[in-house]
Design a protein around this ligand. Structure first.
Ligand SMILES: Nc1ncnc2c1ncn2[C@@H]1O[C@H](COP(=O)(O)OP(=O)(O)OP(=O)(O)O)[C@@H](O)[C@H]1O
Ligand SMILES: [Mg+2]
Length: 224
């Protein structure tokens, strides 16, 4: 299933004038595609993800998840769809200090009401896929920044989301760790057949993107 942004517009009041955060943004991301959006600070990148992630409503336009148009859904229906079909990764993994790496993942299944054997083995399998099998029993204070981001990525995949929305995942990491996280996101996108949209300032590993876009004043343009 894909995620499709259809003619999204969003402005914010700014004193007497308005800031354009999304200017007629359309984007269709298929399963297994790794779309990377770059752009200056304030160009609307985080807003793009917030709207795509059904956290914020646009002034006009639609977000279509699979076959489901979300424009006329209730707040409750949008939040159910978000929980079931969408996942997020941010600059900081925001892990629970008291839980081990594998427990961070199991908690996702628990909150959905089914921490069964399948969920436990999915958690182990995802930790292995992100290269952290040997850290499964470690709490966040015994993980490096890059390892914490890996746990956050594995956790985001526990629900088998349609789309993964990633905001500046490497901003707090050194270049070597940043490259590893970008490589991991690219490979997990293919492995899990997810539609991934990543926004970043970091131009280093653009070769990993299946498509690269640039955002300025809310407007998205393809990078040739
Ligand atoms: N809730 C809001 N109310 C008013 N203005 C907002 C709101 N959210 C964002 N903005 C403004 O909209 C513009 C786009 O913000 P956004 O956070 O999407 O930019 P960004 O590209 O993610 O920037 P950065 O690279 O610094 O994270 C900015 O000018 C910001 O101040
Ligand atoms: Mg931002």
């Amino acid at each position: 299933m894909s995620i499709r942004l259809d003619h999204l517009n969003l402005t914010f009041a700014d004193g007497e004038s308005r800031i354009t955060a999304l200017d007629d943004v359309s984007l269709d991301v298929a399963p297994g595609e790794f779309v990377v959006v770059t752009g200056p600070s304030g160009s609307g990148k985080s807003t793009l993800l917030a709207v795509a992630g059904l956290l914020q409503q646009p002034d006009s336009g639609d977000v279509v998840i699979g076959d489901t148009s979300t424009a006329s859904l209730s707040a409750r229906q949008r939040s159910d769809l978000r929980r079931d079909q969408l996942s997020f990764v941010f600059q900081s993994a925001n892990l629970f200090p008291s839980l081990t790496a594998v427990e961070q993942l199991e908690l996702m299944a628990h909150m959905r009401g089914r921490l069964d054997d399948a969920a436990r083995s999915r958690a182990r399998e995802l930790l292995e896929a992100v290269g952290l099998s040997s850290r499964a029993g470690h709490r966040p204070n015994r993980l490096s920044g890059g390892e914490r981001q890996r746990v956050g990525i594995a956790r985001a995949l526990m629900s088998n989301p349609v789309a993964l929305l990633v905001d500046e995942p490497t901003a707090a990491l050194d270049q070597h760790r940043s490259d590893e996280i970008m490589e991991l996101l690219a490979s997990m996108t293919v492995r899990e057949s997810i539609a991934t949209i990543l926004v970043t300032h970091d131009l280093d590993r653009m070769d990993l993107a299946t498509r690269q876009l640039h955002q300025v004043d809310g407007r998205l343009t393809p990078v040739a």
